[in-house]
Write a protein that binds this ligand. Structure first.
Ligand SMILES: Nc1nc2c(c(=O)[nH]1)N[C@H]1C(S)=C(S)[C@@H](COP(=O)(O)OP(=O)(O)OC[C@H]3O[C@@H](n4cnc5c(=O)[nH]c(N)nc54)[C@H](O)[C@@H]3O)O[C@H]1N2
Ligand SMILES: Nc1nc2c(c(=O)[nH]1)N[C@H]1C(S)=C(S)[C@@H](COP(=O)(O)OP(=O)(O)OC[C@H]3O[C@@H](n4cnc5c(=O)[nH]c(N)nc54)[C@H](O)[C@@H]3O)O[C@H]1N2
Ligand code: SF4
Ligand SMILES: [Mo]
Length: 754
């Protein structure tokens, strides 16, 4: 499909967004020219929002935020931004900024001094620690926190308080991708980079609404197709979304039933001779998930997965699967990209593995234009949490709490004793909040996340969250979590603090501090250091005077590792537009494709003539998995006949604490709504704007209907942003057994006219 200039503009998420909300991008060239004269100072930074990692310039005038524009020198976005980012400066000074600490007295949050608030936190935490032991305390962090912040929290809780109850919202988001990367390739995070987009001839987009959730990357895909019209776009998603504007083929599957499709594609790739047999021989082994199997065993396993079988499972046409497989086989290069439609599933890790399978079978990996590329949701889920080890089983630098050597190495850098770090994983997120609900956890520190809105199956957890001693750091108030907290600590927002974010493509970038924090807000890192001091660990934290001090210590944990960042001190990061690890020294340019020549860890002597060597796996071989085609936890039934799926819209970010403050963004969709397919709406006698009552086994919610040809028949889509209408009352908290990521994407639901 070739597209004209007009269609290109129509397809562009940026233009569509501006049109949707009826505004011109705020800073056109005229205002920019005026700004230059008026003494605006522009600071190089990175977007606060999604994991694309776009470069932004934050303009400051007279010590106040003036505006935001794209950073032309940043190769991720070349100066382009999506609509949310243009309003970042307005979020900084939003009217709900939290300006002073608050503590709960007689059931009410009242203003307190920092000293009073921090003394209360430290004394309650110490008391809990002494009476109930370290595992009665927990930390719950965020893929939006800076790496330095997550590093400090991890160090304090695992290394000094002595609990591995350290988690973060990437568990709700990227955990299945991590599980997939580690089991298939031996190490977390993508092999290639965004540069592959400009060499790619097929984009297979699975469970990603790229146009709304990663708009600038979507624009790069649109541009690629425009410049190279034979580029194909194949989508697997239960909905038609704005991403479909450039689709050549759309497999509109039933939510939760697309694993068999990936097997069916693999079967066709083998049967029709699209595989790279030399690559398979050199670099791949096969497994049934427990034991090694042979290539022939794998082929036998695939026999069940005919296009007819897979199509029946997914509720689509067999010919669509054959077509998708042939496009994949015939395209000289291919990138699969996916996000929450794949990860937020009880079979999330399996589906990640099955995506990797088709790239391993065809060798479409580790070369320009080909990759199995997980799009990260949050701006620093890769950096702070995945690389920094901010989950209950991890230590910094892709290390594990269960590994004695790893504990020793980290204890030395942290200046603690290896015995202080527990050898068994702490509670993963859902188990942590179960612990909060049943009283096992008595003190919880929440940083840069809003779990009272974002956790699944909220009715089960909200009461426990109100009862536990809950401390949060926040830039805004009220939020669903701040409303029920015992101590609410005001912190510097984006632009008011410096630090590092690591985006989807392994690129770490420096964020500038351009402004003084508003009110009494402090840097999150300083709050954690202060807590450490008040709890008696001051001697081990007082060397951290600045975020740079924290970063420098973190870099030591990466030395010699696959994610080596020792060549990326602040001094260098401030000058460049980020560096892609491994970057082992300050003269190293960073790495394009991992596990191939050019990766500093590629063992030339062992690899022989091999193109790829997965050095974290035995014999450097990746694994093709014969996984069962597991369906959703809660299939539809006679009582709950409709599949409910949840997700995002372009103009809003998660729980709306930031984007909900910007009238221009709110205007696009002022009220909560549910998308209903026109055929269903007709059968149910529902029109747009009618109130509908949605019920699952866990609760009910009434919202406005939006009848629109987006979700497939029998499926409804509920954006989860609005705090006044908590979507997560309805969702299920069943988790993937491997990644412990909840299945936000599928629940059985009943729809009635309210
Ligand atoms: N505008 C905006 N952008 C964001 C965010 C935001 O809040 N707002 N958040 C960021 C974050 S943290 C994340 S994680 C990403 C999420 O980015 P995405 O994952 O792209 O967004 P979602 O809307 O959650 O879900 C994507 C798609 O999954 C589909 N889906 C549901 N069930 C299935 C299934 O069974 N199979 C398949 N194949 N697809 C399915 C849905 O129909 C939906 O279109 O977005 C990031 N970017
Ligand atoms: N139904 C449903 N639920 C979902 C999902 C879904 O698809 N469907 N997706 C899940 C996913 S992928 C994710 S990532 C989570 C996200 O869920 P959350 O992390 O809970 O959502 P956010 O609104 O991003 O919360 C970030 C909070 O940090 C605050 N904040 C902003 N800047 C700072 C700062 O510098 N410091 C501090 N301390 N606080 C700050 C914001 O005001 C906000 O309250 O939601 C999950 N929940
Ligand atoms: S695509 Fe993501 S990182 Fe880029 S400007 Fe938009 S929200 Fe920010
Ligand atoms: Mo996410």
């Amino acid at each position: 499909m070739s597209i004209s200039r007009r269609e290109f503009l129509k397809a562009s998420a940026l233009t569509a967004a501006a049109a949707a909300i009826g505004v011109e991008p705020l800073l056109n060239s005229k205002t920019l020219a005026a700004a230059a004269q008026e003494g605006v100072i522009w600071h190089k930074s990175v977007c606060r929002l999604c994991g694309a990692g776009c470069g932004v310039m934050l303009g400051v005038k007279d010590g106040k935020p003036f505006g935001v524009r794209g950073d032309k020198e940043n190769t991720i976005n070349a100066g382009i931004l999506c609509v949310k980012a243009f309003y970042l400066h307005k979020m900084i000074t939003a009217k709900n900024r939290l300006l002073y600490p608050m503590v709960r007295k007689d059931g009410k949050l009242v203003r307190a001094s920092w000293d009073e608030a921090m003394n209360l936190v430290a004394s309650r935490f110490k008391e809990i620690l002494e009476k109930h032991g370290p595992d009665a305390l927990a930390y719950y962090g965020s893929g939006q926190a800076q790496t330095e912040e997550t590093y400090l929290a991890n160090r304090l809780f695992k290394g000094f308080i002595g609990t591995n109850n350290v988690e973060g919202n990437p568990r709700l988001c990227m955990a299945s991708a991590v599980g997939g990367y580690i089991s298939s390739f031996g190490a977390d995070e993508p092999i290639g980079t965004y540069d592959d987009i400009e060499h790619c001839e097929l984009f297979l987009l699975v469970g990603t609404n790229t146009a709304e959730a990663h708009p600038v990357l979507y624009d790069r895909i649109v541009s690629r197709k425009k410049k190279h019209p034979s580029t194909k776009i194949v989508i697997i998603d239960p909905r038609k979304t704005p991403t479909n504007r450039i689709a050549d083929l759309h497999l509109q599957v039933k939510p939760g039933y697309d694993l068999a499709i990936m097997h069916a594609i693999a079967r066709i790739l083998i049967k029709e001779g699209f595989t790279d047999e030399q690559f398979i021989k050199d670099s791949v082994v096969f497994s049934d998930g427990k034991d090694p199997i042979s290539y022939d065993d794998y082929k036998t396993f695939l026999e069940k997965y005919t296009p007819e079988y897979a199509a029946e499972q997914a509720g689509i046409n067999p010919s669509e699967i054959v077509q998708a497989a042939r496009i994949f086989g015939q395209s000289p290069t291919a990138m699969t990209m996916w996000t929450m439609g794949v990860n937020q599933r009880v079979a999330g890790v399996f589906l990640n593995n099955l995506i990797h399978n088709i790239h391993l079978l065809t060798g479409k990996l580790g070369k320009p234009g080909s990759d199995s590329f997980s799009l990260t949701g949050q701006p620093n889920a890769c950096g702070g949490v995945r690389e920094g080890g901010g989950l209950c089983h991890l230590l910094p630098g892709h290390r594990s709490v269960e590994n004695e050597q790893h504990r020793k190495e980290i204890a030395e850098i942290w200046m603690t004793t290896p015995e202080k770090i527990q050898p068994k994983p702490g509670k993963h997120t859902i188990a942590m909040f179960e612990g909060v609900a049943n009283g096992d956890i008595k003190g919880l520190f929440v940083l840069c996340t809003n779990p009272a809105q974002s956790l699944p199956n909220l009715n089960k957890y909200l009461k426990g969250m109100s009862d536990v001693f809950l401390v949060i750091t926040e830039s805004f108030h009220p939020t669903e979590t701040s409303k029920i907290a015992d101590v609410v600590l005001p912190v510097a927002f984006w632009g008011e603090k410096e630090g590092v974010y690591g985006c989807s493509e392994r690129r770490s970038q420096h964020l500038a501090k351009a402004l003084k924090p508003m009110g009494e807000a402090l840097w999150d890192g300083d709050v954690l250091i202060d807590l450490a001091k008040r709890m008696g660990y001051g001697a081990y934290f007082e060397h951290f005077k600045t975020p740079e001090d924290v970063w420098n210590e973190y870099l030591k944990t990466t030395k010699g590792k696959g994610l080596d960042l020792t060549g990326a001190p602040y001094e260098r990061l401030k000058k460049v537009r980020g560096l892609r690890w491994p970057v082992p020294n300050v003269n190293h340019p960073g790495t394009g494709h991992r596990f191939t020549e050019g990766d500093p860890l590629f063992p030339k002597d062992k690899a022989g003539s091999r193109r790829m060597y997965f050095y974290a796996k035995p014999e450097g071989k990746a694994v093709i998995f014969a996984r069962p085609d597991k369906g959703p936890e809660e299939p539809t039934s006679a009582d709950y006949p409709i599949a409910l799926t949840t997700g995002r819209i372009l103009e809003q970010w998660h729980t709306m604490t930031m984007t909900g403050q910007v009238p221009e963004l709110v205007r696009a969709n002022p009220n909560p709504y549910v998308e209903i397919n026109p055929d269903d709406a007709k059968a149910w006698g529902i029109s747009s704007r009618d109130k509908v009552k949605l019920t699952t086994k866990r609760g009910s919610l009434t919202v406005e209907a939006k009848v629109i040809d987006r979700p497939r028949k029998g499926t409804i889509f509920l954006p989860w942003h609005w705090p006044e209408s908590l979507t997560n009352i309805l969702t299920i908290d069943a988790v993937d057994p491997g990644s412990k990521e909840p299945e936000y994407k599928v629940a059985a639901c009943k729809v009635e006219k309210a």
